[in-house]
Write a protein that binds this ligand. Sequence first.
Ligand SMILES: Nc1ncnc2c1ncn2[C@@H]1O[C@H](COP(=O)(O)OP(=O)(O)O)[C@@H](O)[C@H]1O
Ligand SMILES: [Mg+2]
Length: 359
Amino acid sequence: MLHNRQKIQELKLAYQQTLANQLVTAVLIIDESLKICYANPAAEALLIKSMYKLYGCSFELIFANTSITKKRLLQLLATGQEFTGSDIVIECSEAHRFTAEITASSVEFDRVPHVILEFKQIDQQKQISLEVFQQQQWIAARDLIKGLAHEIKNPLGGLRGAAQLLNKELSPDQQEYTAMIIEQADRLTNLVDRLLGPNQLPQIQSHNIHSVLEKVSQLVSYSSEKNIELQRDYDPSIPNIECDQEKVQQAVLNIMNNAIQAIEEKNTITLKTRIASNKTINGQQVKLAAQISIIDDGPGIPVNIQDTLFYPMVSGRSNGTGLGLSISQTLINQHHGKLSCHSRPGHTEFIILLPLNQE
Ligand SMILES: Nc1ncnc2c1ncn2[C@@H]1O[C@H](COP(=O)(O)OP(=O)(O)O)[C@@H](O)[C@H]1O
Ligand SMILES: [Mg+2]
């Protein structure tokens, strides 16, 4: 019996020692001073950093700008109350970003409390189905608003026409009322037209993406009251793309205008272009795409509208219409491309992907 017990104890220790190295789940252990003191091989692989690189670094090296904060970790160390977080975006470098589910718990080593962070990358399939789901929601919202706009537009024409006819029958001071009806009907028609969105089919031609972007920059610099620094980070090797120049310009312009409205003169906007390979666009695999990023270092998009940002009539500004991004989305969709956004205070990035012809 005693013999058995000892054997089990030994086995337990041996398994415990090797287990952490075999797990698929990434594990990081953080000490009392919030420095990383262990990373299992799965964590090294996921973060593309070896244990030698990670050892002794602050947890913020990995978890800066996430909901894993110093305060929460200290609280965990003090109380032992574990917590979980889903959809945590970890940015190891500009090019390596992934979404993870994280469980944080505490454990004692040599009588000192440590934090164990277990995390799993939310696999790509889940990410893709989320994107497809959001796309469907967006289409449903857009169609609803379009349907409604059509229903309003037809009687509005009749109303305006009737007021015009009536206008002729009335005395000059009564005409004030008909003028008011006409004016308000025009205002509504204008709104409804914008709700209906772009309706012409794109006129596709071959264009240099950088000349399209330069046009937008020029427009922005003429029309904007703020004097904002614009930086360019272009990849000149991007081949011409097949697109409707005006539509892509409009899509970028809406995004740039939002950035300008959100930031102050001390901030900058960066226009960045790259070639992207093997991207999924609305659930479909695309081998090569031109990637245009519009980045600003302003306050970021309000958290409460981030999930519905591209829906029509979602705005964070008191005088906004909430149509700019919805229109940009429609225009990019007409090019079979994708518009997405990552935002946190200090870094807001809108990414346009336009598939490249593969000849
Ligand atoms: N670069 C940005 N920085 C901060 N907030 C932004 C940025 N871009 C968009 N937003 C937010 O998204 C909202 C929706 O934008 P949009 O669809 O163009 O509508 P509108 O500009 O009429 O409000 C804006 O009101 C703003 O709150
Ligand atoms: Mg706008």
